[in-house]
Design a protein around this ligand. Structure first.
Ligand SMILES: O=c1ccn([C@H]2C[C@H](O)[C@@H](CO)O2)c(=O)[nH]1
Ligand SMILES: [Zn+2]
Length: 131
């Protein structure tokens, strides 16, 4: 799937964001190594700390259906500022992405920057650290 298609898919998903408290909508779309596509949105709660970010929603959907490896993720939001995954999402991404996985951080205006996963989470803690 090309980058423009990924952007369009994440923007379409973002319309389902449930963000009545922050009014900050986020959409994330991932591509598995097998080419499967999953999208997620942020889902807030009156008990604020229970909020689930868009990135983790998308990843958990894919993992729930048996996928274990993500090759690319795009994250969009409803503002002109570039999306930036929170620390919790970066750590969850690290469980299922390799260092060279593609990360596209976009805004609502179709501007995006491409990173490798290890650029956005250097020195990631992983299973290997427990050997
Ligand atoms: O990368 C991010 C950062 C924030 N949020 C959500 C959580 C909350 O609903 C809102 C404001 O923090 O944005 C995401 O979904 N992904
Ligand atoms: Zn997050």
């Amino acid at each position: 799937m090309d980058e423009q298609k990924l952007f369009d898919t994440a923007m379409a998903a973002m319309k389902n964001a449930y963000a009545p408290y922050s009014h900050y909508s986020v959409g994330a779309t991932i591509v598995t190594t097998g080419g499967a596509i999953y999208s997620g949105v942020n889902i807030e709660n009156a008990s604020y700390g229970l909020t689930n970010c868009a990135e983790r929603t998308a990843i958990f959907k894919a993992v729930s259906e048996g996928h274990r490896k993500i090759k690319a993720i795009i994250i969009v939001n409803g503002t002109s500022e570039m999306s930036k995954p929170c620390g919790a999402c970066r750590q969850v991404m690290s469980e299922f992405m390799d260092a060279d996985g593609q990360v596209f951080l976009a805004n609502k205006d179709n501007d995006y920057k491409e990173f490798t996963f290890d650029q956005i989470l250097p020195l990631a803690f992983s299973e290997k650290d427990m050997d």
